[in-house]
Design a protein around this ligand. Sequence first.
Ligand code: GLA
Length: 416
Amino acid sequence: MRLVPSMCVAVLSLAAALSGAQTASSAKTARPHRSKAEPAAARVAATPPMGWNSWNYFFGKVTDKDIRDSADEIVSTGMKDAGYVYVNIDDTWQGERDANGVIHPNGKFPDMKALSDYVHSKGLKIGIYSGPGTKTCAGFEGSYGHEEQDAKTYAEWGIDYLKYDLCSFIPDVMQKQAPNDEAAQMRLMYQAYDKMAKALKATGRPIVLSLCQYGWDSPWEWAPAIGGNLWRTTGDIEPHWDRIYTILSQQEGLEKYAGPGHWNDPDMLEVGNGKLTIAENRSHFSMWAMLSAPLLAGNDLPHMKPEIKQILTNKDVIALDQDKLGRQASRVYSDGEVDVWLKHLSGGAKAIAVLNAGSDRVATHPFHLSLKKLGIAGPVKAKDLWTGQERELKDNMTVELKSHDILLVRIAGTAK
Ligand code: GLA
């Protein structure tokens, strides 16, 4: 979690108290048993949602103008044509509730309906943020006790996507109502998400539901059944390689939970943020596409450098992410600090990512790629998705890779 200072201490100490939360399997026994994702979930997010979110660059400073400017840029930069659709307002838009309990935006967002109309007029969709607690992570008004009302308000505004962030629900409800009973706390969390999922459904408007509870209590096992379209699998991403690589490694083993309508979410993109090198930006974007992760850019679009735009709009890489089969890649093997991932695509096509998490591998000690370990018979033709060149892959071939860089190739399928 990345928190504003006022919330930081309180929530982080709670996070520490509940750090074993993902393993509270007993909580599951009290849940209604539903074995499959409900069909409604497939109506939206049939492929991983793509768009942009305000948090990773603007944090609490985001305004109505920033959202409009970002929508404009998504169109003018060609991002819309490349598949980016959602323009998502994260935390800090909320103002007060009126006498009837209806939520209103604060002064940074004078008219939410007008903003939503503007985003829609660009052929894009709009997302918003709340949480089940009394307060959001940044200390703004949450949806506690107003779930149906808020869902209705969002629908009236024309909202298409809701990110629902746990935060103050931990101290306000889970710890208060069930002190020292972790399983009961997890049940309360589950019920809170179920409640909002039902409230959204009751509006009749298709709204993507994004769960943000940092992977507590294995949401991949229960979120699809309540209608969640994506769920965060970890704590917050940060714009530096170590954090990105740690999150990437934590996605291993979750492959089977991803599929049309319901996706693992390793958090929003940091491409173009912080001090990431071009290689790191390229690898981050490649691997999120390999993971069938939601591709929510989080950079400063009006000041995007051409090389960042080139990464974010690489249609071949985006096609891996958006492949209709929806199969998340697996790390097949690692050799030293190089990881080799494989993703199955529709029509029998495959993508291979060779990621160098260590120092430069140059001609004196290149990496040797084993096609055999990937179950692929070589030689085979493939397209390098970053150079656009066709190349022949052979078993045990040498691959030279700079530090934190990636070789990303696609092998065509046989099906028409
Ligand atoms: C949490 C979430 C972030 C962001 C902030 C907003 O930290 O994990 O993605 O939404 O809250 O306060």
